[in-house]
Design a protein around this ligand. Structure first.
Ligand SMILES: [Mn+2]
Length: 435
């Protein structure tokens, strides 16, 4: 098994990890550096006021990084994720876990490098914390929740009405918050699939995991994560926010639940972790499980090869689907299936197998050379869409959705649509020609 720390070492050996030894502040400065690095992985080794901690970010910020962490190609990522969701399996449970090398009872959370990201943030935040809870009927659940620091041992958690909320309402108050996780566990915890299918088991199907029992509250956590906060959801509610959301704009203040932390366990030479809100890692983790859902649904109606929620569409609103077209209406069927799979989806473009969907210019080229919109456009006015889109009605969520079939018509002569190739161009090395 390879954990968070081993993956960081691998990135460092490959020259992919930015190491920042300059002294940096948890107030704005660290966030600004992470933002400036775009999706490049980074480790900060000298944090003002937190000399016992290093801090890493951007380690699961794009497909290339996460595919590397799973030892697969980028093209295999979605099918591996779908496999893991459909074939969850139990990880090994171990004792003497690295994440429990240091045990602190009666802890002070203010010693941890919570960050202030933006100027209107409601307080210092932890954004990379994965909350694990247990229900006797449904088993373990793991999910991301942003956590605002409000006192020595208190956090307020943004909890949407999804799985963790259901667990709490069923009386399960014990939680463990894990920080410094391998990308396999990060990606699995970003999946919101079915109640009763454990993200711990999805993670193990992505990559073999080892789990260990928490010290105070009988929960399983990844044995080689960096930090575990053991605590309990209280009956107290308080203001959470404002804080930056996936669109890069500020979310409103809401009354949310308070979590009390009773014990912290850590690895020695602890590496803390944060995710830039609205940044590439946040968007990748939210978007990728939706790509998997769309892939599954589209595969029921045609031969789908790949799906991408694009960066320009906030990894949420715009989708490009690559298919191997066999029937004339495959494009239209793919569009309808995608809207069925992801309710927030606004625009869909379907392309053929020769288009590189990671390149926006290639997708635009397909639009330019393969569509006649009087035939290839599907317009869907008056649909229920995302509350995040400022051009839609954000109160009743009514929006106009659209899909474009940018595949080559089967009846046409295929040759005239295919990019011309020069024999030998792919193998040619310019170094053989230029001194
Ligand atoms: Mn769940």
């Amino acid at each position: 098994m390879v954990g968070f720390r081993d993956f960081l070492s691998e990135l460092e050996e490959l020259g992919l990890l930015a190491r920042i030894d300059k002294r940096v502040s948890t107030r704005f400065e660290i966030a600004a550096v992470i933002k400036k690095l775009n999706s490049r992985p980074v480790i900060f080794t000298n944090i003002e006021g937190h000399k016992d901690f290093k801090l890493a970010a951007n380690i699961a910020a794009n497909r290339r990084l996460v595919a590397r962490s799973l030892n697969i190609s980028e093209g295999e990522l979605l099918s591996r994720l779908i496999y893991a969701i459909e074939n969850p399996s139990k990880g090994e449970v171990v004792e003497d876990a690295p994440c429990q090398e240091i045990v602190i009872r009666d802890p002070d959370l203010r010693k941890l490098p919570f960050l202030i990201f933006g100027e209107r943030d409601g307080g210092p935040y932890l954004t990379a914390g994965i909350v694990i809870a247990y229900d006797p009927e449904y088993g373990f659940n793991a999910s991301y929740h942003r956590l605002m620091l409000i006192g020595k041992n208190k956090l307020v958690a943004r909890i949407l009405p999804r799985h963790l909320n259901a667990y709490i309402e069923r009386g399960n108050r014990d939680v463990a918050i894990t920080i410094g996780n391998h990308p396999a566990f990060m990606l699995a915890s970003a999946v919101s699939w079915k109640l009763g299918i454990s993200e711990l088991d999805i993670a193990n199907a992505l990559k073999p995991m080892k789990y260990t029992w928490t010290i105070t509250n009988n929960l399983l956590v990844p044995a080689d994560c960096e930090v575990v906060l053991e605590g309990r959801v209280t009956d107290e509610w308080t203001d959470e926010g404002p804080f930056i959301d996936i669109t890069g704009t500020y979310d409103i203040v809401r009354k949310q639940r308070v979590i009390e932390i009773k014990c912290i366990t850590m690895r020695r030479d602890t590496i803390f972790q944060q995710i830039l809100p609205g940044g590439p890692e946040h968007r990748f983790l939210m978007g990728t499980p939706r790509e998997a859902t769309i892939f599954r649904e589209v595969s029921k109606v045609c031969d789908v090869l790949d799906v991408r929620l694009t960066g320009g569409g906030c990894n949420w609103l715009h989708c490009v689907i690559k298919i191997r077209k066999k029937n004339e209406d495959d494009g239209r069927r793919a569009i309808e299936a995608a809207f069925k799979a992801h309710k927030s989806l606004k625009h869909v473009i379907v392309v053929d197998e020769d288009i590189d969907i990671s390149d926006p210019n290639e997708v635009e080229w397909a639009l330019a050379t393969r569509t006649q919109l009087d035939k290839d456009l599907i317009l869907k006015p008056g649909e229920l869409g995302s509350s995040l889109d400022p051009s839609a009605d954000q109160v009743n969520r009514i929006t106009c959705k659209a899909g474009v079939d940018a595949t080559i018509p089967l009846g046409e002569e295929r040759e005239k649509f295919i990019k011309a190739r020069i024999p030998g161009e792919d193998e040619l090395k310019l170094e053989d020609y230029i001194q």
